[in-house]
Write a protein that binds this ligand. Structure first.
Ligand SMILES: [Zn+2]
Length: 398
């Protein structure tokens, strides 16, 4: 690197901290309006002469932003981040979670510092360089909302990018915290809520009535057996931990009114975290067939017996980027890390992949610090994120 680039780099690193402290000051939780932070980012883009496009929700209370820097030619790189964060309620924070706090221990504390406003700060701090550079291939920013409540906005954002630009971006880098390590695989997730309607009655009539609690409990065990059966059938992918699709029931809602009354209603939530070879919808289908069988049997006793299942969280697809795709050597070169990995958390990468982009996850910070009290990003990681942007600009200027 030349001296000028070195000087610019240290300015960008300083700016990244200033931008991050602004970004974390918007306490935009998943599910809430993100207009405040979106507006700030848009003003920043405008100040740097970059035109942007919005993808609003129907009510106009939330919007994604995307923009292109550089020429309208194929083969560009999308940098993707989300503007929302998870709540801080009930967590033992030692500092104000919405004020970026430097405790002089090499770490910057705030909600979202790591997941994932740190990455957005890296993108924005390098924007002046991107604008000035003689890019041969374009860079796109794609900033979404409602990621933390089910990756709700990314499919529409990715589709919008496909229809807005006449050229075709080739790559998507999702800047979720990965300690800048390239991530080529991610589990998918879907959450369901199942409700059982049985018949009420005196508890002595348990063999005459149909207890919703008993039937729901049987269904939960069926799901556990289903998971175990899939493992036994060899549906295993050793790249993930655990190396199989997991099915789990996390909430059994308050059911029944008294110990001596047969419960006529029970419901539970179950989440399915799929490895790339499996699909949540296939498990749902099989579960549905089993439920219809049970309905047939139980309706002989109680004609209104019913089991219904609804989506409680949209189906977020897994990511499985094969190593022969060009994005893999690209991300290794940009991150300086040769070893690729996989993660078990859900992210928008699978959705960008489904939209036709070669997608990987790579961003500053450690996912271990995300979603918890005293979330932080180390200055070292933030600096690596800025350096990553510089290498990207250099690469795309050749
Ligand atoms: Zn995130």
């Amino acid at each position: 690197m030349t001296n000028t680039i070195q000087e610019n780099l240290s300015v960008s690193k300083k700016n990244a901290i200033a931008i991050l402290s602004k970004l974390v000051s918007f306490p935009v939780l998943g599910g809430e309006s993100n207009i405040t932070i979106a507006k700030w980012i848009e003003d920043y883009l405008t100040q740097h002469g970059v035109a942007f496009t919005n993808v609003p929700n129907d009510e106009g209370t939330k919007r994604s932003i995307h923009c292109r820097i550089g020429p309208a030619v194929d083969g560009g790189v999308i940098l993707s981040g989300h503007t929302d964060v998870v709540p801080v309620e009930g967590q033992p924070w030692e500092t104000d979670p919405f004020v970026l706090t430097d405790k002089n221990d090499g770490k910057l504390y705030a909600r979202g510092s790591c997941d994932m406003k740190g990455f957005i700060a890296c993108c924005l701090s390098a924007l002046p360089l991107m604008v000035k550079a003689d890019l041969k291939k374009p860079i796109y920013f794609a900033f979404s909302y409602d990621e933390e409540v089910g990756c709700l906005a990314a499919p529409e954002l990715a589709a919008h990018i496909n229809t807005t630009y006449s050229e075709k971006p080739q790559f998507a880098i999702i800047g979720e915290p990965s300690m800048m390590q390239p991530v080529v695989g991610q589990k998918g997730i879907v959450i369901f809520k199942t409700t059982v309607n049985g018949s009420a009655g005196h508890s002595s009539r348990i063999r005459t009535e149909v207890s919703a609690i008993n039937e729901a409990a049987r269904l939960i065990l069926w799901l556990e057996n289903k998971m175990n059966g899939m493992v036994e059938a060899g549906r295993v992918d050793e790249r993930f931990n655990p190396p199989h699709t997991s099915i789990h029931s996390g909430i059994f809602e308050r059911s029944g009114i008294a110990p001596n009354v047969v419960s006529d209603s029970a419901s539970f939530y179950w989440d399915v975290r799929v490895i790339p070879m499996d699909k949540g919808v296939d498990i749902l289908k099989e579960f549905g067939v089993h439920c219809r069988d049970l309905e047939k049997i139980n309706r002989e006793k109680f004609p209104d017996f019913k089991i219904s299942t609804e989506y409680a969280h949209s189906d977020v697809p897994p990511l499985d980027t094969p190593e022969h795709l060009e994005v893999v050597p690209l991300i290794k070169e940009l991150s300086g890390i040769e070893k690729v990995t996989t993660v078990s958390y859900a992210a928008e990468a699978g959705q960008f992949s489904e939209a036709g982009f070669e997608a990987v996850i790579c961003g500053p910070g450690d996912i271990a610090q995300a979603h918890r009290a005293n979330e932080f990003i180390s200055k070292e990681q933030l600096n690596l994120g800025v350096e990553f942007m510089y290498r990207l600009v250099e690469k795309l200027s050749k």
